[in-house]
Design a protein around this ligand. Structure first.
Ligand SMILES: [Zn+2]
Length: 362
């Protein structure tokens, strides 16, 4: 734990330089890492800027190419495709989608245009969510400036933002047009191969195990595991440096993380964030999820409202373990984890579903 906390501090202190480096590129640029012969991951080590593109994993076999998450927007998908073409002439035969959110499901259209025979693989819930009539992919581009962009403008105008926060807000605003364009151009691709528990993919000399381990971050999370190469890609079950909590299933999420810890893995590709080499962060995450779940259950037993519950939660010990005191990571931790996990846990404690299908696509 201490080792991880230390790593967090380092991550936070280097955030400003990472953001400065990112300024030269656009937010859809991925950093590529070779994990084994024929196995590549594309990640954004500090995945804060919009749109939240996901990590991607490419596995090249003798007969074809497997892709886990096509990175999130048309341009990101094109870049994944370009990377594949720079590595091999073999066709993309399989694209697996770790969950329904756009950062994971979008971008597939660009790969499918080039390889129309590629199977699109997803868990049955993810497939239903992508096909759902309530799915708002197509409309998202019509949205004017987002509320968060307005918030960024306000914070910059007010001059109250700390250095890292200011750099991030400026980054977001600088790329707003690109982001709007990308989201507007995004098209969902419906899954063609659907499974519920486990699926084994062979791309010729390479085996990829796809597994759904129960409701966790989503009802339909799947992970990709390469047993021989000891490589694991988690989707949003693991996101760092601060996790995502929207519409999660806290108790199940902890069970999924405990199962993932039993898979021997030397390289772990989270849904967003830097590649990991051990599961220390999983323990940190389990602690935070259990904390939120237990505290919310206690508040609900006392008859507290959602707002009262949010007020009563004391994150002062938990939060610095993720943020190292960095004000920008504190915003991410608050917006993407604290608030949504409390809302999800509150619904569950009141007998409601934290991830109804009609939410999907939003
Ligand atoms: Zn994600």
């Amino acid at each position: 734990m201490r080792r991880f906390f230390h790593a967090c501090l380092i991550a936070a202190s280097s955030l400003l330089s990472l953001l400065a480096a990112a300024r030269a590129a656009d937010p859809l640029e991925l950093e590529w890492a070779k994990l084994a012969d024929g196995v590549w991951a594309g990640v954004r080590p500090v995945s804060l800027s919009a749109p939240p593109t996901s990590s991607t994993l490419i596995v090249i076999g003798d007969t074809g190419v497997f892709v886990f998450d096509p990175a999130g927007t048309p341009l990101a998908g094109e870049r994944v495709l370009a990377k594949i073409r720079s590595l091999t002439e073999r066709p993309v035969t399989h694209i697996a989608i770790s969950n329904w959110r756009g950062a994971h499901s979008r971008g597939a259209d660009k790969i499918v245009e080039a390889f129309p025979d590629a199977q699109i693989i997803a868990h049955e819930f993810t497939a239903r969510a992508i096909e759902n009539a309530e799915n708002t992919f197509a409309q998202r581009g019509d949205k004017p400036k987002t509320a968060s962009n307005n918030r960024f403008e306000k914070a910059l105008a007010g001059g109250e933002a700390a250095a890292t926060t200011r750099a991030y807000f400026e980054e977001e605003l600088a790329h707003r047009d690109l982001v709007e364009r990308e989201i507007g151009a995004s098209r969902p691709v419906e899954p063609t191969r659907i499974f519920s528990d486990a699926l084994s993919i062979d791309v010729g000399g390479r085996k990829i195990e796809l597994r759904h381990m129960g409701p966790g971050k989503s009802h339909g999370d799947i992970i990709a595991y390469l047993p021989k190469e000891r490589i694991l890609a988690t989707g949003d079950i693991v996101v760092s440096p601060t996790p995502f909590g929207a519409n999660c299933h806290p108790k199940g999420w902890v069970r999924v993380l405990e199962q993932l810890k039993t898979l021997p893995a030397d390289k772990i590709v989270p849904g967003h964030g830097a590649i990991m080499t051990d599961t220390d962060y999983f323990d940190l995450l389990i602690g935070a999820i259990n904390f939120a779940s237990d505290e919310v259950a206690r508040a609900v037993r006392k008859g507290m409202s959602l707002e009262e519950t949010k007020e009563a939660m004391d994150w002062s010990e938990m939060e610095p373990r993720f943020t190292g005191g960095d004000p920008l990571l504190a915003i991410a931790f608050n917006d993407r984890f604290k608030t949504p996990i409390v809302e999800a846990a509150y619904k569950i404690a009141n007998g409601e579903d934290s991830e109804p299908l009609e939410l999907a696509g939003r």
